[in-house]
Ligand binder design. Structure first.
Ligand code: SF4
Length: 340
């Protein structure tokens, strides 16, 4: 069972494609512990809890630490295991946090949009023009030196599609062993940019095959792409304690609209996560709500076209890995990743 917790709507970055409705609000401490209780109530033995935002490392680290340790104790007392996941822009990491995550087997999902030019283009800081690439990259040697379980989440926009190969190669050079590439939600690809994206994805096939063969790098899209483009529909607890499909929690600003999709509230002692889970939105429904509520419905068909290029790419990658007898190696490297 998987539960995502939206810990804050605050963030120190302002990524060009981000649709989070920023507010300096944080989840209360007791909701974090209740989220652990809800998750541990599942019949499943293997549990996962993801800290999400905004930027979850803006939360006091002591609170993150106490939530993790409470979860570990509670799961163990029930004969279960819980894996914690931290999706972060990685600008606020330091040696002590990384060592703690290593000690507690936390999976770090690092948002880094490729090479320096692409990343800085997509992911500026809040309120200033300073580059954010160095703030992330300085932390990577600590992550890899500690052997922390980590992978890279990278977003391709119309602006950065021309540098897709340079970006992928740069992530490989930085030391990532797992990379997930997502197409941005919202920004419109011109016909020329769609054509270029298709060309770049074609070129990415040999680059990604070589990275797997020579460097043991797995592109997670091969296993995990959901056509035409995956939305985040995991069960989630929002900062106000309401439970939804995740993308609604942080991508729908209008309370009245969001409230239509509430599945429950974390304070309800009768809630059973196994009963809530089937109530999540379908991917298609989530797409239509998010595009409508963010006033970008006019770009939906265009973005679907871009997403379908990624679907085509994942198919080509699978065929190429089979042809080169690399599927076994790929499956071994990604055995901990659940397919969609
Ligand atoms: S780091 Fe994440 S939450 Fe912050 S602006 Fe970028 S995409 Fe949005």
């Amino acid at each position: 069972m998987y539960l995502l917790v939206v810990t804050t709507w605050a963030c120190n970055l302002r990524c060009t494609y981000c649709k989070v409705h920023f507010e300096n609000k944080y989840i209360p401490e007791d909701y974090l512990f209740k989220a652990v209780d809800l998750l541990c109530g599942s019949q499943d033995k293997e549990l996962k809890l993801e800290f999400f935002g905004g930027e979850p490392l803006l939360l006091p680290f002591d609170l993150i630490r106490r939530t993790i340790e409470y979860g570990e104790r509670k799961a163990a007392s029930l004969g279960k295991t819980v894996k914690f996941i931290m999706t972060t822009n990685a600008t606020l990491l330091d040696e002590a946090k990384i060592a703690y995550f290593k000690e507690h087997g936390v999976l770090l999902i690092v948002s880094l949009d490729g090479d320096r030019r692409s990343h800085n283009k997509n992911r500026p800081r809040m309120g200033c023009k300073d580059e954010t690439y160095p703030l992330v990259v300085k932390n990577l040697p600590m992550i890899f030196r500690n052997g922390l379980d980590a992978y890279c989440y990278t977003v391709v926009t119309p602006d950065t599609a021309p540098r897709l190969i340079e970006s992928f190669n740069s992530l490989v050079e930085l030391g990532f062993k797992k990379v997930w590439i997502m197409v941005s939600c919202g920004p419109k690809f011109t016909d020329a940019k769609l054509k270029l994206l298709r060309k770049k994805l074609k070129e990415l096939v040999p680059a990604a095959v070589a990275a797997l063969k020579d460097r043991g790098v797995a592109l997670l899209n091969v296993k995990n792409w959901l056509s035409p483009m995956p939305m985040n529909t995991e069960l989630s607890v929002n900062i106000d304690g309401n439970i939804y499909s995740a993308c609604l929690a942080y991508l729908v600003k209008d309370d009245a609209v969001r409230n239509r999709y509430i599945l429950g509230h974390i304070s309800d002692p009768e809630l059973k996560i196994d009963d809530l889970h089937p109530g999540r939105l379908s991917n298609t429904r989530a797409m239509s709500i998010i595009y409508r509520e963010n006033g970008i419905v006019g770009n939906l068909r265009n973005n679907v076209k871009a997403g379908l290029l990624f679907t085509e790419f994942a198919g080509k990658m699978r065929a190429e890995l089979a042809k080169k007898r690399l599927l076994k190696k790929y499956n071994k490297l990604t055995s901990d990743i659940e397919g969609r």
